[in-house]
Design a protein around this ligand. Structure first.
Ligand code: XMP
Length: 430
């Protein structure tokens, strides 16, 4: 890392990420590390300009009282301690620092330069990727989600054709989603992209399977098998690209293993397919990943894509998946997204989609009795997906969406709006 860095040592505070964010927002790079980092490890990070010791009231990690080593106290870096007065540290605070206090420490005491921005990050990472990979090849499962798309764009910039992207279309993607992955990555960024149309294979395996957990297992398991088959066809691949981001790393403890068997990460590749990981986004928060994607030239629609579950429309075509209902989900979802975009709701609502249950209701169409499916619209807001509230969508917008679904989507005679928060409902239906 060429950019100046402030290191936050985790002494049990829950506010570490808040401070790291505050410092990054000042244009200075900041990372969180465990309290027992050695002086050598700290020096190896390069360009460390200062250290913040951040403990809760008691400096407790996993139930044990902790402190940093005396070598670390004496290592000569400017140091600030928060919450826990310590004679060994020149600057001490008993509460979280204001922006002003933090700025003073970062710029006046540590003399850090504000050189953290996406352009520099991309240049740095491209260089790191090139030195890690050399002239060898990297494989990447490119789903079209934000993280995998940004990793792909960054790897393309760094190593071009040495990156092999595999996009598996499981037949449960949203309308035009695979097409847009091909358009952006193959046609615009000239990626080495293998497109696997596995729709028939997935739908065949899912036939008559109605249990939600069973459906998920089949989709997840089949995905790995298809990806593995493609990986075996390729020669000379040593690396696996992964869209790991900073929150994933913080959640799994601040230390990460460098060489991990791919199967821990892709969730089930066989033992003999061993790859070294390339994880160039592992220092970025989600909004920084998006900024990185925009800087790399990815379209906003891809970078600001709403969350979409791995099993795709498979968990929105309720019960045993049938082709007519799957099409109804896909078409109604496309209409919903189009109308939300027109109404500016795509930038406001966290997640919105349609669902088609596996039963029919009676209606009347062209002066005759109809017996057809219903579409349920769900639109929710949340911060962490653990709980959610419903969006109070404007009645006129709902009316337009309903009219369009009833006119344009086959086999549907009814549209409902889901009013349930989470809990007691979940965001998805299955
Ligand atoms: P629930 O339905 O549990 O969903 O309230 C919470 C969030 O997670 C997404 N979700 C999934 N994401 N694989 C995923 O990658 C899955 O199997 C899956 N199931 C739910 C859901 O869309 C929501 O954002």
């Amino acid at each position: 890392m060429k950019q100046d860095m402030i290191v936050i040592l985790d002494l049990g505070s829950t506010e570490n990420t808040v401070i790291a964010r505050q410092i990054r927002d000042m244009g200075v790079y900041s990372e969180i590390h465990p309290h027992d980092i050695t002086v050598e490890e700290l020096k190896a990070l390069q360009n460390v300009k200062g250290i913040i010791l951040n403990g809760g009231e008691n400096r407790v990690v996993d139930g044990t009282a902790v402190d940093v080593s005396s070598e670390l106290y004496n290592c000569g870096y400017p140091m600030m301690a928060i919450d826990h007065p310590s004679a060994k540290c020149e600057q001490q605070l008993t509460e979280l620092p204001s922006n002003e206090v933090l700025k003073k420490f970062v710029f006046d005491t540590c003399k850090a330069a504000p050189n953290w921005n996406m352009k520099n990050f991309i240049e740095d990472q491209a260089e790191l990727i090139r030195s890690q990979v050399g002239d060898r090849k990297v494989l990447l499962a490119l789903s079209g989600g934000v993280d995998s798309s940004v990793v792909a764009a960054l790897l393309i910039k760094a190593i071009g054709q040495q990156l092999v992207c595999v996009h598996v279309n499981h037949g449960l993607m949203r309308k035009n989603e695979s097409e847009s992955v091909i358009e952006v990555f193959r046609n615009q960024l000239h990626a080495n992209l293998i497109y696997v149309d596995a729709a028939e294979r997935f739908l065949g395996k899912l036939e008559n399977v109605s249990d939600p957990e069973q459906k998920r297992k089949i989709i997840g398991g089949e995905f790995i098998r298809v990806f593995e088959e493609e990986a075996r066809k390729l020669e000379g691949i040593d690396f696996l690209g992964q869209g790991t981001i900073y929150p994933d790393i913080i959640e799994s403890g601040t230390k990460t293993a460098k060489m991990v068997k791919s199967h821990h990460n892709v969730g089930g590749l066989p033992e003999d397919l061993k790859f070294e990981l390339v994880e160039p986004l592992k220092q970025l928060f989600k909004d920084e990943v998006r900024a990185c994607g925009l800087e790399l030239g990815l379209p906003a629609s891809m970078v600001y894509r709403q969350p979409f579950p791995g099993p795709g429309l498979g968990v929105r075509c309720l019960g045993a998946i049938t082709r007519d209902r799957l099409e109804a989900v896909r078409e109604s979802d496309a209409i919903l997204r189009e109308e939300f975009e027109k109404a500016g709701l795509d930038k406001k609502v966290w997640q919105y989609f349609t669902v088609v249950p596996d039963f029919k209701s009676v209606g009347v169409k062209h002066n005759a009795r109809s017996f057809e499916y219903m579409v349920i619209i769900r639109a929710i807001n949340t911060i962490d997906a653990m709980s959610a509230t419903i969006e109070r969508v404007d009645w006129d917008v709902l009316q337009v969406i309903t009219d369009r679904i009833l006119a344009e989507v086959e086999n549907v005679n009814r549209v409902c709006y889901d009013m349930s928060p989470k809990p007691p409902a979940t965001i998805e239906f299955e």
